[in-house]
Every structure is written in structure tokens, then in C-alpha cells.
Design a protein around this ligand. Sequence first.
Ligand SMILES: Nc1nc2c(c(=O)[nH]1)N[C@H]1C(S)=C(S)[C@@H](COP(=O)(O)OP(=O)(O)OC[C@H]3O[C@@H](n4cnc5c(=O)[nH]c(N)nc54)[C@H](O)[C@@H]3O)O[C@H]1N2
Ligand SMILES: Nc1nc2c(c(=O)[nH]1)N[C@H]1C(S)=C(S)[C@@H](COP(=O)(O)OP(=O)(O)OC[C@H]3O[C@@H](n4cnc5c(=O)[nH]c(N)nc54)[C@H](O)[C@@H]3O)O[C@H]1N2
Ligand code: SF4
Ligand SMILES: [Mo]
Length: 772
Amino acid sequence: MKLTRRELMKYSAALAAASAIGLDLPMPKGVLAAAGEPDHWVKGVCRYCGAGCGVYTGVRGGRVVAVKGDKDNWNKGFLCLKGNFLPAILYASDRLQYPLLRKGNKFVRISWDQAMGVMVDKFHDSIRKNGPNSVAFYGSGQSYTEESYFINKLFKGGLGTNNIDGNPRLCMASAAVGYVSTFGKDEPMGAYDDINHADCFFIIGSNMAEAHPVIFRMLNERKQKGKDVKIIMADPRKTLSARIADLHMSFTPGTDLAILNAMAHVIIKEKLHNKDFVDKHTIFKTMVDPGPPPKIAKVTWDDYVKFLADYTPEAAEKISGCPAAEIVKAARWFATSKATMSFWCMGLNQRTRGVWANNMVHNLHLLTGQICRPGATTFSLTGQPNACGGVRDGGLLSHLLPYGRLVANEKDRAEMEKFWGVPAGRIQPKPGLTAMEMFQAVNSGATRCLWVACTNPGQSLPNVDIYRKGMAATDSFLVVSEAYHPTRTSELADLVLPAALWVEKDGTYGQSERRYQYVEKAINPPGEARPDLSVMIDFANRLMAKLGRGDEGKRLFGYKNSEEVWNEIRLCSKGTAYDFMGMTRARMKKEHGLQWPCPTEDHPGTVRRYTSEYDVLVKQQDPKAEGVLFYSAKADNNRVTIWLRPHKGPAEPPDAEYPFVLTTGRQIEHWHTGTMTLKVPELKRSAPDAYVEINPRDAAKVGVKNKDKVKVTSRRGSIVLEAKVVDVPRDGLVFMPMHYPDRMINSLTTDAYDAMSKQPEFKICAVKLEKV
Ligand SMILES: Nc1nc2c(c(=O)[nH]1)N[C@H]1C(S)=C(S)[C@@H](COP(=O)(O)OP(=O)(O)OC[C@H]3O[C@@H](n4cnc5c(=O)[nH]c(N)nc54)[C@H](O)[C@@H]3O)O[C@H]1N2
Ligand SMILES: Nc1nc2c(c(=O)[nH]1)N[C@H]1C(S)=C(S)[C@@H](COP(=O)(O)OP(=O)(O)OC[C@H]3O[C@@H](n4cnc5c(=O)[nH]c(N)nc54)[C@H](O)[C@@H]3O)O[C@H]1N2
Ligand code: SF4
Ligand SMILES: [Mo]
């Protein structure tokens, strides 16, 4: 079956564009016909983005031959381009089938028993000689919840090290810290259903049309049906998403903090704020000293108003280049609509002021009371399919413990030690290494053994060349669990473990709207590839035995299957703000996703949190409560925080020598490092190679035409790519997609990171351009 690029783009445009509303879009013609009719369908979830579309996988003779969208799930049967072409990723010719051990410059096939033996010896040796903090695990927002929970328990509860972090540190850390610092607990309070009720959408730093296409489809549908619906899009590129906006605010990258404060300024000046809501539910805070430890002071409404005085729309225009009149218009629409919903993604999170930017979006909702009503909500779009479930909720970050608990909190540690049945004092009180610190520690030799699973840091880390050196070094031991080989990380490994992929194993995903969904196993993995969970259990038991703690190992890590892990996870969430005791495996198999809190088996799940109308936990906290109760902010008497956050620019603004800003991100066809989607012929044909996107005015200045070769150089490296001259980026900005393993764009990006979330600034660095 061959689809032309035109057919493909027509299909994806039809899905994304407003004109498609109401159309039922089946898979492009021919996909099914070529593969044959499935003999049965297995319920699951798409492998890719955090939108979490429900899918059915069609199996014929033990092979996946088709997927179709789940009509009974939130996505109503729709899938985007990537979702529709999922089967091909299972059958790529570079699927890894056997464990491989490095011998000099070569990899040799070994047995699983040998592989586990080598790995256990290395970790054991390192722990014995250098202590548990000499080993580390780098995980993923794409692993199943059971996998992430298990490995977190092994490292923090079994081995006594907090050196366990994951790629959500590159992705959702600023959103998570943003929710926690404003509301006291992580995760959005609203749901996709709010799209159906909102009259105004404020979308900042998200290219939904390409990165969350099926959510974008819902937005389009709302826009078609609601004549007065307004869409504001704040992005320095006029993206595919921005084309449907009523107001596209463009600005110099890294200056939107000034715009957000100016919107608050306008709202208060024009008395468009909701005084009752502010009085009843909020307090004001400012950071007096960043520390560490940070010094925070409570301040007053008057202090906030005074603080905002400098942020007139005109002042913000000077800083950002965004016209003052647009800022005023956006502020008015935001405040006066019946219900306003905000979306954001990496344009805010991947910034050295990512947490502040998140706080400032929340500020606007709190100031106007545009929250906790249908359509009124502040909604962070999640990137990966299980960044919420496995990593943020499950606590696979070096400062977290499961379900809202913190490593640094004595009571939380004691609670988890008791729950896990490990001695008091086992969980270390100091947060472990965050992603970038972990790879710095690999470089310095402080981390001797690193296990990387379900992520490809040898391509996806910022300023990647310096970290590749550490990963390749022979005196450290790098284990990579991968579905394919070679990747830009597995090529550096000492030991490569073959992983079962997606429907070759079972497990739970937790997605953007607090929706948990179960992926059922549909087929067997190829060769000797195994589910990561089974490898983790094997490793844990062998290592504990070698450490002389075999009995403890059996007690803590003696699970027989993922359901046993899931049942422990449910218990671990019980009584917390996450409570999903009601999500039994049997129920998850039947239902089409459930949103937490879901405390009992007869509970339908929670569409909106923190309001008595929808959230049972409100009355549990206070039987008399009516309406909004931010029980997440117990420490502040259920009051959430409006933060005074000043504007601060990026770590590396352009200058005379490096006059352009480089931003990086996504295309609709491909997923991250391309290991999966570049193996799908249709997607590869449609988007075969990286390019540098530059607008016609800048192209003329540099003297390049469309398709000319351009050398792009930052302070860290150079790359030569074809120019794509299109009027998408604003003046002074160029863009590159991140998906191509033989085009290492991360040789250029900066590893400067946000002091609070430790998330790097992938979105902004300074470059120069030369025609080759
Ligand atoms: N097709 C596809 N979809 C995906 C993924 C994928 O790899 N491919 N990955 C998933 C993952 S893990 C993630 S995290 C998401 C990411 O989803 P998005 O964040 O929506 O995608 P990006 O392309 O990374 O960046 C979004 C936008 O940020 C803008 N931006 C750059 N600088 C600034 C700034 O200073 N301010 C503002 N406001 N905006 C700025 C860029 O111009 C860009 O259009 O996508 C998910 N979905
Ligand atoms: N320049 C630039 N760089 C970026 C970003 C950016 O915007 N710009 N965005 C950042 C963000 S938001 C993210 S989320 C990261 C993503 O970066 P990565 O996580 O490094 O990218 P992926 O390609 O998703 O890597 C997942 C790997 O797991 C493998 N895999 C798939 N399924 C399984 C499985 O079940 N088990 C195992 N063991 N392996 C499996 C895949 O083959 C793939 O190699 O990239 C970050 N890097
Ligand atoms: S929108 Fe995301 S979850 Fe849905 S089909 Fe596309 S990639 Fe998969
Ligand atoms: Mo991400």
C-alpha cells in the first residue's frame, strides 16, 4: 500500500483543520486491505502522545495488522496520523531481539542469564565499593506505571538512593512544580470536556495541531459550533495551530513573562478581576531570595498591584515586541468570557523561567476566578503517554515519592517506609540527582553505573555532545533497555537489553486529564525481547540476593505480574489526593479510561477537582464545603497562591556574534528521536529529513533561498541543514525539528536549566547562520 505525501497531508489536514468537523475519518484507504482483516481486536491506548487516544489493536495470526480509534473513549474514535500507522513500529527490521554485550567496538549476543549476571555484578560492585549513590536509573514518561513504580521502589526503598529521574525532567518538570507551587498539588483540575464549555482559549507555547492533534480536533469542533468562541495563540511562530486563532500574539522568544504580567495589569486596572474569588481562595507570595533554601514571603493584594504597576502593556511591548493593543485585547477576552481555558506545553516549560511562566498562567485564572467551572480551567498539556501517571504521580523523579509525597518531607518518608516495609531511615532525606545533574555525574565519574530505559538521552539531551562523552567512557557502566538497536544511546552502551514494545506487554498509562487507562497485551514480543517490568523484577531479586538481602528482596520485589504491582499502587494512592482505589484491573479492562480521584469501585471518576459539585474529596475534607475548596493547599488553609514573578529573559539571548534565536520542537509525523516513526514508510516519506525553518525576510538577509544548505552554529556546535523558507517564525527566529538521529540538533542547544524545576531551556539559544 502506498500513500502519496499529498494524500497523507490531506488526511492530516482534514483531521486538524476546521473543515473536517463532523466528518468520520477512517484510516486512509488501503491500510487494512493490504494487511488483511484482523481476527480479533484488543483494547488499548495509543503509544505516542499524552493526549492518550483510546485504540483497538487488530490482530491476525499473532501479528498486529491494524489499529482503529476507540469510539467509546474520549477521542470518539479519532486518531492522528501517527496513531493510525502504529502497527509498522512493531515490525521494523532493527527490532532488538537478544541481549547484547559490548566487546571492544563490537556488540556480541549473550543470553539473558549472562546479561543479568554481568549487570548485577557491576551494580553490586559499585554499591559495595562506592555506596548506593554511585548507581543511578534514568527512566521515561513512556514506561508503564507498574514499571516506573517498581523501579522507584527498588532504588529509593530497596537500595536507599534517590538517584532516579527521567525524561519528564526535560518535559513536564516546570508544569509539575508550577501546579505544586500554586495549588499545593500536581496535575490539572480540569478535563478535555472543558473544551466543550469554554468560550475563550488562551494557548501559549503549544503547537497542538502537530503535537496533540486529536485534542486540537476537539478545539476546532468547539470553534465551529460556538460562533463567539475566541482563540488566542501566543507563540513566536505562526504555527499550524496559530492559523485558527482569532488573535495570534507573536513576541521575542523568552519575553512572554512580561506579557503575562501585563495581562494581569490590564485586568486589575480595568477592574475585570473577581474580587470575591480572590478574597476567598487566594493568598499572595513572593520569593525574597532564591536560596537555596529559597526565602519566601507572604504579601498582600496591594503589594501585588504595586508590583504590576511597572508592567503596563506599553512596557511589555517594549520588552517583547508584542503590540500593546493585542495584550489589552487578550486580557479583556480572557477575563470577560463566560469560561476561559488555558493550554500550554513546551513553549513555557522548556525555559529557564518555566516554573514562573506556569505560575503566571495560573495567576490569570485565579485573578479572574476562571477556574473550577465547566470550561474555566488551567490545563497543562502533557507530552508523553505516561509522564503524568508513571512519573509525576508515581514519583519517578529524584525529589518525589509516590502520590504527592516528597523525599525531603520526614512524614512522607516514614509513611512510604512503613508502606513498603523497609527499615526507618532507608529512604534518604536528600533529593537525588536530577536528569542533567545525573549526566554531569556520569561525566565526572561520580555515577559508576547507569541504567537507561525507554528513553534516548544520547540524542535528546541538550548540549548532548558533552554528555555522550561520559556515556561512552569505558570506566562507567551503561545499560540501555531498548526496543531497537542501534540508537544514538544504545550505540554508547556496555549492555543492551531487548525490550517488548507497547502491546507486546501490558500496563497502565496515566494521561493529561488525570485519565488512567489500561493497555492489554495483544501479541508476543520478537525473539527474546521481554517486558521491562519482568527484567526489573529479575534484576531486583538477583541484586538483593547478591547484597545478602535475598529474603528482603523476595518480600519487596517478588511480584508475579503487573496486576500485583498495580494493586499495590492502588493501595499506595489510597487516602491521598490521587485516590484510585476504585480502579481495579478488572474495571480498567472494561472501561474506556477513568479519571482520578476514583476512591471506590462504584465511583465514576472525577471530571473536575476542587469543587463540591464534581469532586467527592471536597466533602471528605470538609462536609460543610460548598463550591470550590482547594484542599490541595491545606498548609495555607486551603488558599492557593498568586505569585509575584518578575519578567526575566532567557539564559542565552542573541547578540552581535550569534544574532538569531534557535528554537526546537516537533512535526506532526514524527515522535522524538525518530526510532519508531522513521520506521513507518508513510511517515518517513512525508517528512524525510531535518531542516532549518527561516522566514523570507531573514533568508534574504543571510542570502539563502528555499532548499539551500545553511550552516547553523551556536556556542556549542554546528550543523548543516537545508533551509525551509516559510513565513512561520518571526523575524530573528529559526526553528529545527528534533526527530532525526543523523541530524543531532542537540549539539547546538543549551543545557542551562530552571533553578526550581531543573528543566533545560531547549526552546531558546543563540545561533548564527551562514550559507554553505
Ligand atoms: N507529533 C508529535 N507530537 C508530540 C511529540 C512528538 O515528538 N511528535 N512529543 C510529545 C511530547 S513529549 C511533548 S513534550 C509535546 C510538546 O508539544 P509542544 O510543546 O506543543 O511542541 P513543541 O514543538 O516542542 O513546542 C511548542 C511551541 O513552543 C514555541 N515556543 C518557542 N519559544 C517560545 C517562547 O519563548 N514562548 C512561547 N510561548 N512559546 C515558544 C515554539 O514556537 C513551538 O511552536 O508533544 C507531544 N506530542
Ligand atoms: N532539541 C530538543 N530536544 C528535546 C526536546 C525539544 O523540544 N527540543 N524535547 C524534550 C522532551 S519534551 C522529551 S519528552 C524528550 C524525549 O526524548 P526521549 O525520551 O529520549 O525520546 P524517545 O524517542 O521518545 O525515546 C524513547 C526510546 O524508548 C524506546 N522504547 C519505546 N518503547 C519502549 C519500551 O517499552 N521499553 C523500552 N525499554 N524502550 C522503549 C524507543 O525506541 C526510543 O528510543 O526529548 C527532549 N529533547
Ligand atoms: S493525538 Fe496523540 S494519542 Fe492521539 S493518536 Fe495522535 S499521537 Fe496518538
Ligand atoms: Mo516531552
